[in-house]
Ligand binder design. Structure first.
Ligand code: HEM
Length: 544
């Protein structure tokens, strides 16, 4: 506990405030990340704002975020109350839950499921397949780009999370993803809508000014109830009739205890954890890919350079695979630059302090809302030269580049750091590599016959940020690349699955890999009789 004299330690600097309402009038309802970035130029890397008696501490440098959120994570891992998310019915989910016992239990199951090792071992085939399906669909239906990107991101989560393979944009799982994604992108800045700032507003009738987001959240809550219940009931049913595929839900539900009382709490936790995978992973990943398209349209020379690298390493008679990743340094830089240049969650998700703290002679009071404003970190001119430019080679060592550091912060900090970061970066990498190998992205031509140059300034009207809608042209790079892509997608449809005798593990193997896979399988289990046919659209490996 701090002594009375320590209590006299000054708060971090900040702009002059109005009486009572504090900085309320200053904080914009959209584009807060840029507002905080502008403040950092005047007041430095730790800024203090006050809104209706609530303390907001904005961290604008990697150093401050690491010092506090990572090194003092015991004090900085709580979440402020987010009434909008509570009204959505997401208050008990990992991303929103207060720091404590329930949080730790949910975090540990999600973290285990999304560990780097598990991502590399189990999810790459699904990600590769979905990247190929995405690239082919983009060539055929370029006008559906946004839907296809969301479909890509969510199809991976739906497959590994719920054991369901999305085959079209009419799929009910995809529709649920679309609904929740739209809600999140328009739900107002997390922690700073009028309802967050004046929680009383949530109890007032909808005609009272300032209640908009509460009414919006109440109406949208049914979308999240469906998201929580529908996949759960389906997997329960599949487990009961023995048809459940391996997935996060199946693995968690399969080991429930016999005790119904203990089960009720576990089921609630599993439902919450499964729902948040969907909510947190879909829109964020697809919006990052939207920024990749924006960058390719605005900076065509980067696309050309990446395609030259892919052609020289992968060649033109096959598609990129994860094993190529280490040999494609420029594509890696392009992924990192996409995350740095314009990211999906530019102000992160707010943390909250549990106790008073002193940092570099400034008081950070107990109960402060702490915002790690990634935007200020990735635009820091002392770290990144020309930070508004999209320049992947900035990360390469000299003389090719300037050896600038990969961005730290797009996935948050400390004990709340995004547990889906490995899955997300892998998904974005394989999507970028597959798209660049097969598609040429160029500027659309407007009615005046001139190239349409999109606006680089994003829309940040909710938890996630995304580019303003813009047209672009997508064409297959060569007829050969289209043929290879079509073949790969066709192969991916011919999925082979096997169930090992004593585990629920299942793998999907594209037909090009089948003989190698059967060899491995036979080596591993001598009592397997394998039967396969290339002519049919599917085949089985039978276990006896
Ligand atoms: C490019 C894609 C993604 C971005 C930019 C992103 C970003 C973030 C950020 C900034 C946070 C808050 C971290 C903090 O509080 O310090 C977060 C939390 C979280 N993310 Fe992600 N994320 C992405 C993809 C994913 C994916 C694919 C999943 C899962 C399938 C996921 C699951 C979560 C969860 C469950 C949390 C809450 C963690 C907690 O509160 O303890 N995210 N993410």
């Amino acid at each position: 506990r701090l002594s009375a004299s320590t209590r006299r330690v000054p708060l971090p600097p900040g702009p002059p405030a109005d009486p009572v309402i504090g900085h309320l009038r200053l904080i914009p309802s959209a584009g807060q990340d840029i507002f905080f970035y502008e403040l950092s130029k005047i007041y430095g890397d730790v800024v203090h704002l006050k809104v209706m008696g609530r303390t907001l501490i904005v961290l604008n440098s990697v150093q401050a975020a690491v010092d506090l959120l990572n090194k003092r994570s015991y004090n900085y891992s709580d979440r402020p109350s987010l009434p909008i998310f509570n009204l959505f019915g997401l208050g008990d989910t990992l991303a929103i839950a207060n720091y404590g016992h329930e949080f730790r239990l949910q975090r540990s199951i999600v973290q285990r499921f999304l560990s780097k090792e598990k991502c590399e071992r189990d999810y790459h085939p699904v990600q590769t397949r979905e990247a190929q399906v995405l690239a082919e669909a983009l060539i055929v239906r370029p006008e559906d780009r946004l839907d296809l990107l969301l479909r890509f991101a969510t199809a991976i989560i739906i497959d590994i999370g719920y054991g369901h393979q999305v085959t079209s944009t009419d799929d009910p799982f995809f529709k649920m993803a679309q609904d929740s994604s739209h809600v999140l992108a328009t739900s107002g800045p997390p922690g700073s809508t009028p309802v967050d700032l004046f929680p009383i507003l949530q109890y007032l009738p909808s005609w009272i000014p300032g209640t908009y987001y509460a009414t919006f959240a109440r109406r949208a809550s049914s979308k999240f109830t469906t998201l929580r219940e529908y996949p759960f009931l389906r997997v329960m049913e599949q487990l009961a009739n023995g048809t459940a595929k391996p997935s996060f839900l199946a693995s968690q539900l399969d080991v429930l205890s016999e005790d119904p009382q203990e089960n009720a709490a576990s089921i609630k936790r599993i439902q919450a954890a499964a729902a948040i995978l969907y909510v947190a992973g879909g829109e964020t990943t697809s919006s990052s890919l939207s920024f990749f398209f924006l960058a390719m349209v605005l900076f065509p020379e980067c696309q050309k350079k990446a395609q030259e690298e892919i052609d020289s390493v992968v060649g033109t008679d096959r598609l990129p695979e994860f094993r190529d990743r280490d040999s494609l340094p420029y594509v890696e830089c392009l992924l990192q630059e996409t995350l740095r240049w314009n990211h999906a969650t530019p102000s992160g998700v707010p943390h909250k302090t549990l106790e008073d703290d002193i940092y570099k002679g400034m008081l950070i009071p107990k109960g402060s809302t702490v915002i790690a404003n990634t935007r200020s970190m990735t635009l820091d001119e002392t770290v990144y030269k020309n930070p508004f430019d999209f320049e992947p080679s900035r990360f390469l060592p000299a003389p090719a580049g300037r050896g600038e550091p990969h961005p730290i912060g797009p996935f948050g900090f400390g004990r709340r750091i995004c547990p889906g970061r490995h899955l997300a970066t892998d998904s974005i990498w394989i999507a970028i590599a597959t798209i660049l190998a097969t598609i040429s992205i160029s500027r659309a031509i407007g009615p005046d016959g001139k190239e349409v140059i999109p606006d680089a300034v994003p829309i940040a009207g909710g938890l996630t940020s995304h580019p303003k809608p813009f047209p672009c042209r997508l064409e297959s790079r060569t007829s050969a690349s289209l043929k290879i892509l079509r073949q790969a997608v066709e192969n991916a449809k011919v999925l082979m699955s096997y169930r090992a005798v004593d585990s629920l593990d299942e793998i999907y193997i594209s037909s090009s890999e089948w003989s190698q896979a059967l060899e491995k399988l036979e080596q591993a289990t001598h009592d397997v009789i394998a039967g396969a046919s290339l002519e049919g659209v599917s085949w089985d490996v039978k276990l006896i």
